[in-house]
Design a protein around this ligand. Structure first.
Ligand code: ASP
Length: 327
């Protein structure tokens, strides 16, 4: 049998309702294994409890701890299953994909929409499917949730009320949970040479959604000189109003990286289609391509922990590190 290490981080899967009915962390890693004894028929299971929290409270320093834990144990196991709350699962899973970009083992994130003690609950099937996928397929850092197998750094949480909580808006699914899990081999990221061993994140960035009327003066006052990196969610192909160009030009003068994403679920693919997009590129903004806001923000934090040199930032940002962007 394959050796699978479950790294337990909390989330709804092991929560219980408090006196007022709100869900809060309750059961621990050992309890989780006791609820699903069938796991021992699928693999030789070990468990490490890292934290037991609502993933709303996850902080970037936790991604470094999780990366270290996986690195320290990588030779002992054939694969890892990370149980984690769904709210920030796409962020943590993206962070691990960058930090461990050259690791050649399956690292499968899962959790559930309902606690394991609810009847019915998606907890047991999600956990079992994650362990099966981790023991059969070397598909890198992925999320197994409901019927879907997804490349982690392409995911976003889309539902709070269905059991199919995640989607991969810009690329095809990595696979599907049918009677047996099926993998779309074309979607498996090819192993690359090691790009960087960095497992740290500089979270001093900000994500801003552009809306009509957003004040240039307020942006300059609030943002410039406070942050190490900025992500702007712009219109269409990455179009930005003329009124915000002074802000962009000042950011350029300060060598601050400004990444442009689109509010459309088609990504920033042709920033020069309109003059209002072209002007942003000319003033040094970095097109974010078809990256999710989760992957783009984590990638920026990961790069900023390595360098503040704008040329190096731009080069790394435009590189496909681990399947997070279509070049
Ligand atoms: N708030 C919970 C969490 O992220 C939601 C979940 O796990 O589904 O930990």
């Amino acid at each position: 049998m394959k050796k699978i290490c479950i790294i337990f981080c909390g989330g709804t899967i092991t929560m219980k309702r408090n006196k007022k009915g709100a869900l809060a962390p309750f059961y621990n890693a050992k309890d989780l294994l006791n609820f699903v004894p069938q796991l021992n028929q699928l693999a030789e299971i070990s468990v490490i409890q890292l934290v037991n929290i609502d993933s709303t409270n996850i902080e970037p320093k936790f991604w470094t701890i999780l990366s270290k834990t996986i690195k320290e144990n990588v030779n002992k196991y054939d694969g890892f299953v990370i149980t984690h709350g769904t709210d920030t699962m796409s962020y943590t899973a993206s962070a691990i994909s960058f930090a461990l970009n050259n690791i050649n083992k399956p690292i499968i994130f899962t959790g559930s929409q309902k606690p394991i003690t609810d009847i019915p609950s998606d907890a047991i099937s999600n956990l079992i499917n994650a362990v099966i996928v981790a023991s059969k397929f070397n598909i890198g850092v992925s999320i197994v949730f409901g019927p879907k197998i997804l490349r982690a750094n392409r995911t976003t949480k889309v539902s709070e009320s269905t059991l199919d909580a995640f989607d991969s808006p810009f690329v095809e699914q990595l696979g599907t949970i049918k009677l047996e899990p099926e993998i779309n081999l074309d979607m498996v990221t090819k192993n690359k040479d090691n790009i960087s061993n960095n497992i740290n994140f500089d979270s001093n960035i900000i994500v801003i959604k552009i809306i009509p009327g957003l004040s240039n003066a307020n942006l300059e006052e609030m943002i410039l000189s406070k942050y190490h990196g900025i992500i702007l969610e712009c219109y269409g192909h990455g179009n930005i109003p003329d009124s915000l160009m002074p802000f962009l030009n000042k950011a350029k003068a300060q060598q601050l990286p400004v990444v442009i994403l689109s509010q459309c679920k088609t990504g920033v693919t042709k920033m020069n289609l309109y003059a209002v997009g072209e002007q942003a590129v000319l003033s040094g903004a970095i097109p974010g391509g078809d990256m999710t806001v989760e992957a783009a923000s984590i990638k920026l934090m990961w790069i900023l922990a390595q360098t503040r040199d704008i040329k190096k930032i731009k080069k790394l940002f435009a590189t496909d590190i681990v399947g997070e962007i279509t070049i």
